[in-house]
Write a protein that binds this ligand. Structure first.
Ligand code: RB5
Length: 149
């Protein structure tokens, strides 16, 4: 996989249910040379997913990170939270194909994963496709623009 616009930095966030997966993804991304902005949570103690969905969405929309990856139990709550922030386009994905198409068609800037649904290898597939796929533009650009119209 290759991208014409390789990205360098990625914001990560999770609640307690996604904590372990978020930690694994952080080490894996750092080993590959990505700069990771880890916005928590920082332990398995129970917390509320909207806090972290919002934190990562703000980091992506204000330019502190080029992309975001969020993890909660299902990926549902944290993606809903992220999508409340203007300019955030969070896509809940279970497969590399969905992650690739979320980039090509939707210009998704945040990937949401469910640690109680997806295993770590499927999650890594999603992250790889999400990081390495460029937006398709053209007809998709018109539709993405309409999301904010
Ligand atoms: C936490 O128990 C769980 O509700 C949360 O991680 C997430 O799955 C919500 O959508």
């Amino acid at each position: 996989m290759s991208s014409e616009n390789p990205i360098k930095n990625i914001a990560l966030g999770s609640d307690h249910a996604g904590f372990e997966m978020k930690e694994e993804l952080r080490s894996w991304l750092e080993e590959q040379g990505y700069e990771v902005l880890d916005l928590g949570t920082h332990s398995a103690e129970s917390v509320d997913y909207p806090t972290y969905g919002r934190a990562v969405a703000e980091a992506v929309t204000d330019g502190r990170a080029e992309r975001g990856v969020l993890v909660c139990g299902t990926g549902i709550g944290i993606s809903i939270a992220a999508n409340r922030i203007a300019g955030a386009r969070a896509a809940l994905c279970r497969s590399g194909l969905e992650a690739r198409l979320s980039r090509e068609h939707n210009d998704a800037n945040i990937l949401a994963l469910g640690a109680r649904i997806s295993g770590i290898e499927a999650a890594k597939d999603c992250v790889e496709e999400f990081i390495n796929t460029d937006f398709g533009g053209d007809r998709h650009a018109r539709r993405v623009a309409l999301l904010d119209a």
